[in-house]
Design a protein around this ligand. Structure first.
Ligand SMILES: *Cc1c(COP(=O)(O)O)cnc(C)c1O
Length: 833
């Protein structure tokens, strides 16, 4: 019988047919059994590419025939195929919780996805996070579909010349060698969508990637019918100028949403992974307008309840902004469909009160079009509330509506074979698929010896991998350098950007050299990281490291491994003993690489920034900094670098080398145990996705359904209510405001005049900033009587416990509506003083 996988290899022996189905399902990127299978077909290709699809097309028919008679191989194939089918049909966490009726579909939009090196369409942390999100969604059974771009080149690949200067290469991503297939429409035709560009249509081809139960659709502009320049729209990730970025974001947001429509998908939740995807909110509103014959405002109100915006940016300069004339030029057809004037469209990307020539910010659009907004760590939540505060004039910082879901990593992608064995024995095979209860306790049952053996093998494996690498001319020699498998191994791998301070360890080169050459307590250091091709300061820092290694003849102690990618990251996070991270607080929105070492028994030494600010305690690792912000003060950098050396010399080295009679560093192992037990589950993408589901996807889907039913009646009501508030708010004012303290209580008496607004549409309350509490204090005031002689004027009374000085409290009036998120959707507010 013919199957849809015949095109893989028409000559595939019948009993190996399952190979096609396996090769095109990215589940292999996190299954250790898959490692064994593909390794047996071509060990070298597997280790160098991790691309089963490539292997399957490369392997000779002779070898396939041999394998088709190899019982052991067939057994392995059967196991994997069963695993695949089991995973696809199985009731997973999402179904077991009874959520299937409450949430039908989520669409996840991202500019980059870091799933596997076989599909190089990512640049760094943002993409890897998106990849981990999808893998976890598949395991937990979420009804999620993802949308991204298929880049012809993706992000640049790094080389280094003899002087340590960074070289940028752009090898071609051949779609026929990547695990992607053309997406087919209902009639079986290759799906393509078209997008109006100024004076022309841009044609986009759609590709499909499978990952367990999830599909990822990738759009690509390299269509023969496009103009040559347009064919390159999806060539590079984060290349080109502002215009190309806008074009790419149109492809993602508008083209991506259109592709889903064409596939018959009607996502209840659209999850925007970073502001790049902001245009989704307009494409979705347009669709709603057409389907329900309603105006833009109603459609926007109905759909925004189902849009979740996750911001990843820690600094204002990180937000995409576009010249309004560029936006006008490209989005004219969209504005026409939405029946919006050019000004009204631009206002969606502006803060209130901006003039129309202000730059259009995608993050502002994303916020305006979303029902929930979240940052990616607790600290980043605080930072984001500051960044988004211009959108909420007169609102206190504490009430800027940005919550947080701290990132997590897909543990099964990042664990080594050794670690997987250990965790499987202790916590079972299905350990990352459920609620992670009891996991902490289970790890406490592992013996010190087991933990230490796992750690040792993980490090040995890394060092043996390192010895097989051609490390390149920049290391001063081309031969493999001998590193030691039993030496304390430090790792530093991340983007070389100034704020990450990749040269903090280099502030005192002599002291570092001394530390590395201590004969009693040896240390070795593995470094990797790319600097953006336009970031000269970042490239300079790479060169500083190379020169340091050369000048101090430390080739056997320090190595800079070029081209930090997923394959390299995987090796490093499995083998490194101590992962070092030195960002300038609060510039690391979250950081995830340090989470990847947890499952493998690696420890962290990091600035108290991003996730580490909420994860660190003395039992699990080491903290750098005082938990405060110091800008780019060079004196502070020097003092932190001294602290870094101090911690390494006085704490890390002694702890690692303090062995008992059995050769085990008991105190080091104690930290490993605490870090593995308490942090691995907490910073896993399993926890992250359950949190997204329960705190965001589910309540948002309910809200969106409520607003959409009955011809979007509620949405239309909300939209009129907002129009009414807007019209009359200017006429709202305070009369007398009096306050006094009596017997441990503060008493507030105020008069409020409400123009034409009925009093039940507003709340009058006493407010105080949070001080040392997690949230602000708010006390509703009671309407006690209508004011004699006034039209729609009332007296309000508030009596509150006098826990803080009365000067901390202020009275305010704000609109209220049980179905509206305030102030995200409705920002009017009036303060008594
Ligand atoms: C995890 C990962 C990152 C992100 O790590 P940070 O902690 O944000 O530096 C970047 N690049 C690769 C290849 C990764 O695997």
């Amino acid at each position: 019988m013919k199957t849809s996988y015949d095109f893989v290899r028409p000559d595939l022996p019948a009993n190996l047919e399952a190979l096609g189905k396996l090769a095109l399902d990215l589940r292999w990127s996190w299954s250790h059994v898959a490692d064994e299978l593909w390794q047996r077909i071509d060990s070298d290709l597997w280790h160098r590419t991790r691309n089963p699809w490539l292997i399957l097309q490369t392997v000779s028919i002779r070898h396939l025939q041999d394998l088709s008679g190899d019982e052991q191989f067939l057994e392995l194939l059967k196991t994997l195929r069963q695993e695949q089918q089991h995973a696809a049909g199985n009731q997973a966490w999402f179904q077991e919780q009874g959520y299937a009726d409450k949430l039908a579909s989520v669409a996840y939009f991202s500019m980059e996805f870091g799933l596997s090196e076989a599909l190089p369409i990512y640049s760094g942390g943002l993409g890897v996070l998106a990849g981990d999100h999808l893998k976890t969604a598949s395991e937990l059974g979420l009804p999620l579909t993802a949308v991204g771009l298929l880049y012809q080149q993706g992000y640049f690949r790094q080389g280094l010349d003899a002087e340590g200067r960074q070289l940028a290469f752009y090898p071609y991503n051949d779609p026929t060698l990547m695990p992607v297939r053309p997406a087919r429409d209902a009639s079986g035709e290759w799906l393509q969508v078209s997008l109006p560009f100024p004076g022309r249509e841009l044609l986009l081809r759609v590709w499909e990637v499978r990952l367990g139960r999830i599909k990822l659709y990738l759009l690509d502009s390299n269509h023969p019918l496009n103009r040559p320049a347009d064919r390159g729209v999806t060539s590079e990730l984060y290349g080109g100028g502002a215009e190309m970025r806008l074009q790419q974001e149109m492809v993602l947001g508008l083209g991506g949403y259109t592709a889903l429509e064409a596939l018959g998908a009607q996502p209840e939740i659209c999850h925007l992974n970073e502001g790049h995807a902001a245009l989704v909110v307009l494409a979705r509103a347009r669709r709603f307008m057409q389907q329900h014959c309603v105006d833009f405002s109603t459609a926007f109100t109905a759909t925004r309840a189902g849009n979740l915006f996750t911001t990843h940016t820690p600094v204002e300069a990180g937000f995409d902004r576009f010249d309004p004339s560029l936006v006008n030029c490209y989005l004219k057809p969209l504005a026409r469909d939405l029946k919006l004037s050019a000004e009204a469209l631009l206002a969606l990307g502006h803060a209130p009160g901006s003039s129309s020539d202000t730059a259009f910010q995608m993050a502002w659009l994303a916020l305006h079009g979303s029902g929930h907004v979240n940052a990616v760590s607790r600290l980043h939540g605080e930072v984001s509330r500051k960044l988004f505060s211009p959108l909420f004039p007169r609102w206190p910082l504490a009430e800027v509506p940005v919550s947080h879901v701290t990132n997590g990593v897909h543990t099964s992608t990042w664990d080594s074979h050794e670690s997987d064995r250990l965790w499987t024995r202790i916590c079972g095979k299905e350990r990352w698929r459920g609620n992670l209860t009891d996991m902490e306790e289970s790890i406490h049952r592992a013996t010190d010896v087991e933990l230490w053996e796992t750690r040792t093998r993980n490090r040995q494996q890394l060092i043996s991998w390192l010895h097989d690498q051609p490390l390149g001319i920049h290391n001063g020699n081309n031969q493999a350098v001998e590193f030691d498998p039993n030496t304390l191994t430090l790792g530093f791998a991340r983007r070389f950007a100034t704020y990450k301070r990749p040269n903090l360890l280099l502030q005192d080169p002599a002291r570092l050299a001394h530390l590395l050459t201590d004969g009693q307590r040896p240390v070795q250091l593995l470094i990797a990281g790319k600097a953006h091709p336009r970031d000269h300061a970042g490239q300079q820092m790479i060169q500083e490291w190379i020169q340091f290694i050369r000048n101090h003849h430390l080739q056997h102690k320090v190595v800079f491994i070029p081209d930090y990618d997923l394959l390299l990251a995987e090796q490093l996070v499995q083998g490194i003993d101590l992962w070092i991270n030195t960002p300038r607080r609060p510039w690391e929105a979250c950081g995830t690489s340090g989470m990847k070492v947890l499952v493998n028994g690696g420890l962290n030494l990091s600035e108290l920034d991003g996730w580490w600010a909420e994860a660190w305690s003395p039992e699990v690792g080491w903290a750098l900094g005082d938990g405060q912000e110091h800008g780019d003060d060079p004196a502070w950098d020097r003092s932190e670098s001294r602290a870094l050396y101090d911690i390494l010399e006085a704490e890390v080295l002694p702890l690692f080398y303090q062995r008992d009679h059995a050769g085990i560093p008991r105190q080091w192992v104690a930290r490993m145990r605490m870090s593995m037990a308490t942090l691995t589950p907490r910073f896993s993408s399993n926890r992250m996705l359950r949190q997204y589901t329960e705190s965001h996807y589910l309540p948002m889907a309910a809200a969106c359904r409520k607003r959409s039913i009955h011809g979007a009646r509620l949405a239309s009501q909300i939209s009129s209510w907002q129009g009414f508030i807007k019209k009359h708010w200017g006429g709202v004012y305070f009369g007398q405001v009096e306050s006094r303290t009596m017997e441990n209580q503060h008493v507030f008496d105020v008069q409020v005049y409400l123009d034409d607004i009925p009093p039940d549409l507003v709340a009058v309350e006493v407010y105080a900033d949070p001080a040392d509490k997690p949230s602000p204090e708010r006390y509703p005031m009671k309407r006690v009587k209508a004011l004699a002689g006034a039209v729609n004027g009332y007296a309000y009374l508030g009596v509150i416990p006098a826990q803080r000085p009365i000067s901390h409290y202020t009275v305010r009036v704000l609109p209220q509506h049980p179905e509206v998120s305030i102030p995200l959707e409705e920002r009017h507010i009036l303060w008594a003083n």
